[in-house]
Ligand binder design. Structure first.
Ligand SMILES: C[S@@+](CC[C@H](N)C(=O)[O-])C[C@H]1O[C@@H](n2cnc3c(N)ncnc32)[C@H](O)[C@@H]1O
Length: 278
């Protein structure tokens, strides 16, 4: 991680579509297990409703999807940003009405899911994007939706993969999710033994999350002032401005009218705020 200086939109080693595409082209896909990860398989085996709307983001070769299809699941969506990989998946699952394959950026994806499966996608993202990941997951899940899968419970010298700890994840996911489970995984594959946590997190549907586009902010001081002003609005629980000052995420107990936000930042006429459509 030390070799990276990332922001939400830029990075010394940008982990963008071109980066991932190059890995698939060069076949440097060391993360690929060649099988469903056993803890995820065990989790899938316990699901009785085969009609659940399931998303697998950053899906890679997605052995999970194959397993779900073999076991009768009928509504699976895969999304990945690497064109070469997606072309392979489209061929592999051709003419199967039970699976949709999307080439695109998870953070731009729109949909409504009952279950999202996490398998080495979180750890592939720059750590600066973790908050955004959490709230994007929240947005894509339906009421009572579940985010389930594996997170690394260890650090790495450099990334990707980027590691983390249970303590960090507890803080990160706390406002957006209720914790059904976040425990050491006992049946991880041997190379990942004792270094993964199995998560089963239920969307906290009591909070409203919106993302807005910001313009005109150029310094950390202004960012802090705006943060304070937004936090003072009735109903706002949390807010975070991206490190390039271009976006602000607002978590609240009720929908906040855009007019209220506009008024709050109107102390400087250069500042504008616009809701990004969910
Ligand atoms: C470490 S790999 C894991 C692949 C797969 N989940 C697995 O475990 O084999 C990370 C995957 O996320 C994809 N990815 C990275 N950033 C993405 C983004 N913003 N949107 C969608 N996919 C993304 C990459 O192309 C890559 O396939």
């Amino acid at each position: 991680m030390s070799d990276l200086k990332c922001s939400d939109t830029s990075c010394d080693k940008p982990l963008n579509a071109a980066y991932w595409e190059a890995q698939y082209k060069a076949k440097t896909t060391g993360w690929d297990l060649g099988q469903v990860s056993p803890p995820i398989q065990e989790y899938i085996d316990k699901i009785t409703d085969k009609k659940k709307r399931i998303l697998i983001p950053g899906c890679g070769n997605s052995y999970e999807a194959e397993y779900l299809l073999e076991h009768g699941f009928t509504n699976i969506t895969l999304i990945d940003i690497a064109p070469t990989l997606v072309a392979v998946l489209k061929e592999k699952f051709k003419n199967n009405p039970n699976i949709q394959i999307v080439l695109g950026d998870f953070f731009e994806h729109q949909g409504n899911y009952d279950l999202i499966i996490e398998q080495t996608f979180f750890c592939a993202l720059p750590p600066t994007m973790r908050k955004k990941y959490v709230w994007k997951m929240h947005q894509l899940l339906d009421e009572d939706g579940i985010l389930a899968g594996l997170l690394f419970n260890r650090m790495f010298q450099s990334g990707p993969p980027f590691g983390g700890s249970k303590e960090e994840y507890q803080k990160l996911f706390a406002a957006a999710f209720d914790f059904i489970k976040m425990d050491s995984s006992e049946n991880s594959i041997a190379p990942r033994a004792n270094s993964e946590l199995f998560i089963n997190l239920k969307k906290n549907s009591k909070v409203v999350v919106n993302l807005y586009e910001l313009e005109g902010i150029t310094c950390s001081g202004c960012m802090e002032t705006i943060t304070e002003k937004i936090l003072a609005i009735d109903g706002v629980l949390n807010t975070s401005i991206s490190s390039n000052f271009a976006e602000v995420l607002i978590v609240s107990t009720n929908e906040i009218e855009t007019k209220i936000l506009k008024d709050v930042i109107a102390y400087d006429e250069k500042y504008t705020i616009k809701k990004i459509k969910n």
